[in-house]
Design a protein around this ligand. Structure first.
Ligand SMILES: C[S@@+](CC[C@H](N)C(=O)[O-])C[C@H]1O[C@@H](n2cnc3c(N)ncnc32)[C@H](O)[C@@H]1O
Ligand code: SF4
Ligand code: SF4
Length: 377
């Protein structure tokens, strides 16, 4: 029985988080996408409470000139939500920006407004955990929040603070403890560890720290280099990386010992597409792009090649019919490429499209196999 539980614990966790019906729906929609996306992201802010040197958000208003750091007004958000109401009715998951949702003063009003359109909508939270307090956590727990994933890129104060500019390791740890104390059982609490040359040696001990904190799941992500100056940090190559693969194996053993679920990215980069083919991504101006990297001219570096994405915008939800935008021939073709694991040319420099950041991991209820954990198959 215990062996069976360990084998299927990821699936069990997802069913506990989403409920059997919703988990089944998400799995079904993975294979039969239908007319509408499963998930929606509206970029409710272009500004962050931290200024991590390695993060594209820090370049808004400077290297990424066409984005002014700001918060979206509640009224504009409601207008967008009204325009995409049929999408909201059909989707399972709604994300409030790819930045720091708790930094927006209207976040709970926004959640409430989306819930008036679909009361079953799920709001997973990805956060740096710096802004937690008893009040906003209590508010979060009253919403349909299935998971809270916290960035924690090491188990040593020096390592974490050197990487995430402005973060306080002690505050993040004490906020995780507060979260654990207050959170209902149904909420999956995960940490995200962005693996680099500077922190990879900490990964096995990191699992012990996470087990001590009561973390259910550790998501190991690869590092994506926006600027050539950061390219020495990533650990993947086109052929893989045996040393890091050994560290992953030790980490996995450590995680099994502690009963923590851990997910790894591939270490061998090859064009595979990403898992954003069922996400409606709307930027701060209402533009629809396949992802936030393609909504703006984002600098990228991969294996010595340097460039910027060309904006790939299929329409604007404030001006165009959102359903026509989503189902336009070019956009459907683009998503089909991603789904069929071939990389559109616009994504050539995106490491996530090469399976080495987060997309190729097994995160959804339908994919519980361990077979792609140790690099390429
Ligand atoms: C953009 S942040 C948004 C959520 C929140 N602000 C945070 O830091 O967790 C989402 C994730 O992207 C990661 N991230 C930022 N820059 C990255 C990079 N260059 N390569 C890989 N992951 C990165 C963060 O560490 C975090 O886990
Ligand atoms: S906290 Fe998150 S969104 Fe903000 S700058 Fe750092 S990685 Fe980027
Ligand atoms: S592969 Fe990268 S650039 Fe292309 S859609 Fe996915 S995340 Fe965006």
């Amino acid at each position: 029985m215990a062996v069976l539980f360990m084998k299927y614990r990821h699936a069990i966790l997802k069913v506990r988080q989403y409920g059997l019906l919703k988990a089944g729906q998400i799995l079904y929609r993975k294979f039969f996408p239908g007319k509408y996306p499963q998930a929606i992201n509206i970029e409710i802010m272009t500004i962050c409470n931290l200024k991590c040197r390695h993060c594209r958000v820090t370049y808004h208003g400077s290297l990424i000139k066409d984005v002014k750091p700001a918060f979206m007004k509640f009224e504009l958000f409601c207008e967008m939500v009204d325009r995409i109401t049929p999408f909201i009715k059909h989707a399972n998951v709604f994300q409030f920006s790819s930045i720091e949702p708790l930094f927006h003063k209207d976040i709970f009003r926004m959640m409430a407004y989306v819930s008036t359109k679909n009361r079953n909508m799920l709001f997973p939270i990805l956060t740096n955990a710096m802004l937690f307090n008893k009040d906003n956590l209590r508010e979060l727990f009253q919403r349909n929040v299935p998971s809270i994933s916290i960035s924690l890129d090491g188990c040593q104060k020096e390592t974490v603070e050197a990487f995430k500019t402005g973060v306080s390791f002690d505050r993040v740890i004490s906020n995780i403890r507060l979260l654990k104390k207050m959170a209902p059982e149904r909420i999956n609490i995960a940490t995200v560890f962005v693996a680099t040359r500077n922190n990879i040696h900490e990964l096995p001990d990191y699992i012990t720290l996470c087990a001590d904190l009561g973390i259910n799941e550790v998501l190991v992500n690869g590092f994506l280099s926006f600027l050539p100056d950061h390219s020495h940090l990533y650990l993947y190559t086109p052929q893989g990386n045996n040393d890091v693969s050994d560290i992953f194996k030790n980490t996995y053993a450590q995680a099994e010992k502690h009963g923590v679920i851990v997910r790894f990215p591939s270490l061998a980069a090859k064009p595979r597409g990403c898992d954003l083919s069922s996400l409606l991504c709307i930027d701060e101006k209402g533009n629809v792009a396949p992802c936030i990297f393609l909504a703006h001219e984002t600098p990228l570096e991969l294996f010595g090649k340097v460039g910027r994405t060309r904006k790939l915008i299929f329409g604007n939800v404030l001006k165009d019919d959102p359903l026509k935008v989503w189902n336009s021939r070019d956009y459907v073709e683009f998503r089909n490429k991603l789904r069929q694991r071939s990389l559109p040319r616009e994504c050539a420099l995106c490491a996530d499209g090469h399976g080495v950041i987060c997309s190729a991991k097994e995160l959804t209820p339908g994919s519980m196999k361990k077979n792609s954990l140790w690099g390429d198959k």
